[in-house]
Design a protein around this ligand. Structure first.
Ligand SMILES: Cc1cc2nc3c(=O)[nH]c(=O)nc-3n(C[C@H](O)[C@H](O)[C@H](O)COP(=O)(O)O)c2cc1C
Length: 330
């Protein structure tokens, strides 16, 4: 339930206000050089603290607790954790009686009969994506020298990200955004025709990121308004290079060797300082409420590195389905 992958298997665990959060990666090849410093740059990109992100500042320092000896992976499951330290659970006392609309409070309460950890969103918190980024760093190492890059291209419906964030902060409300992710020249042949098509695998992981509400590959939704003659990407040489890329680098669920391109939609943060309405389950009536805890005004600002991790994990698993765990070593 908390594990993704057929061969490169990534399991996430922990809660926002529990002792620790982390990730276990089974199916990691042996002999991969790995030290805690390798995670630094990607974890820093996920971290909060910049304008428009939550003021909750965690150290986020990774501890490798299994699967690595003398700086190299051993072939046993790799587990990496970080301890939670910066919690303030007091502001979450009310969410069981008055679930935040748009958040997971209501569904978690019903599904887990009131036993789930609701503090800071518990296991539904964006904080759990820390482990996804860690697994992404390992996947990127396996895929090296493949280059994966993602950027925020729109926030609050505007391409002027800074102004959109400023306006959101001024209004006390939250905004969404769009992230574009590109993988430069992946090998031809990653993906299986049906259930493990490259689109299915990438989408599965991308939709596991809390607050993601949509994805499109290549020309995506705009394809619906195009003619076949416009949409088809002419093949220009023996490598399969195309002169346009409406397919986003995937045909028949399999990477075609051209740039893999997708965009994802991130909703506005459900926790906002604006007064909203929800149902009070104790009084059995609708009530007004305001979120007082710390939250990201624009989650999309923190998503690019998480999207990179998602696609890296998906492609690594597809590569290993093709070549096996030991077939991907250097
Ligand atoms: C990096 C990251 C940070 C997030 N920060 C917040 C936050 O501060 N407040 C909040 O209400 N939701 C936040 N979320 C989103 C919630 O976890 C998510 O909306 C909630 O679990 C419900 O899931 P859904 O939006 O996919 O339906 C964050 C998500 C991510 C990926």
């Amino acid at each position: 339930m908390n594990t993704y992958g057929i061969v490169f298997r990534v399991s996430l665990f922990g809660e926002s206000h529990g002792h620790a959060i982390g990730v276990t990666i089974d199916g990691c090849p042996s002999g991969l050089s790995l030290k805690t410093g390798d995670f630094k740059s990607d974890l820093a990109r996920r971290k909060s603290g910049s304008k428009g992100t939550t003021p909750r500042l965690e150290g986020d320092l990774p501890e490798i607790i299994s699967g690595v000896k003398d700086g190299f992976t051993t072939g046993a499951p790799v587990t990496v954790i970080t301890r939670n330290a910066e919690m303030d659970s007091s502001v979450y006392n009310d969410v069981l009686a008055t679930p935040r609309p748009g958040h997971a409070d209501f569904v978690a309460k019903v599904k887990y009969s009131g036993f789930s950890d609701h503090r800071g969103g518990g296991h539904f918190s964006g904080r759990i994506t820390w482990g996804l980024v860690v697994a992404g760093v390992i996947a990127k190492k396996i895929l090296h020298p493949l280059r994966i890059g993602a950027n925020i291209i729109e926030a609050g419906g505007s391409k002027d990200i800074d102004s959109a964030i400023e306006a959101a902060l001024k209004s006390g409300d939250t905004i969404g955004g769009i992230i574009e992710c590109k993988v430069e020249n992946p090998p031809v042949g990653l993906g299986e025709p049906f259930f493990y098509s490259a689109e299915s695998a990438i989408s599965h992981l991308v939709f596991s990121i809390p607050a993601v509400k949509g994805i499109e590959f290549g020309s995506g939704f705009a394809s619906a308004g195009m003619k076949g003659s416009e949409h088809n990407d002419p093949i220009v040489d023996e490598t399969g290079k195309t002169s346009s890329n409406n397919a986003g680098g995937i045909n028949g669920g399999i990477t075609n060797g051209n740039e893999l391109v997708f965009r994802i939609v991130v909703k506005p943060t459900s926790s906002t300082g604006i007064e909203q309405k929800t149902f009070n389950f104790e009084k059995k009536e609708m009530t007004f409420f305001k979120v007082t805890g710390r939250h990201d005004a624009c989650i999309a600002l923190r998503i690019p590195v998480i999207a990179e991790a998602a696609v890296a994990i998906a492609l690594t698993d597809l590569l290993m389905i093709d070549r096996g765990i030991h077939g991907v070593r250097g």
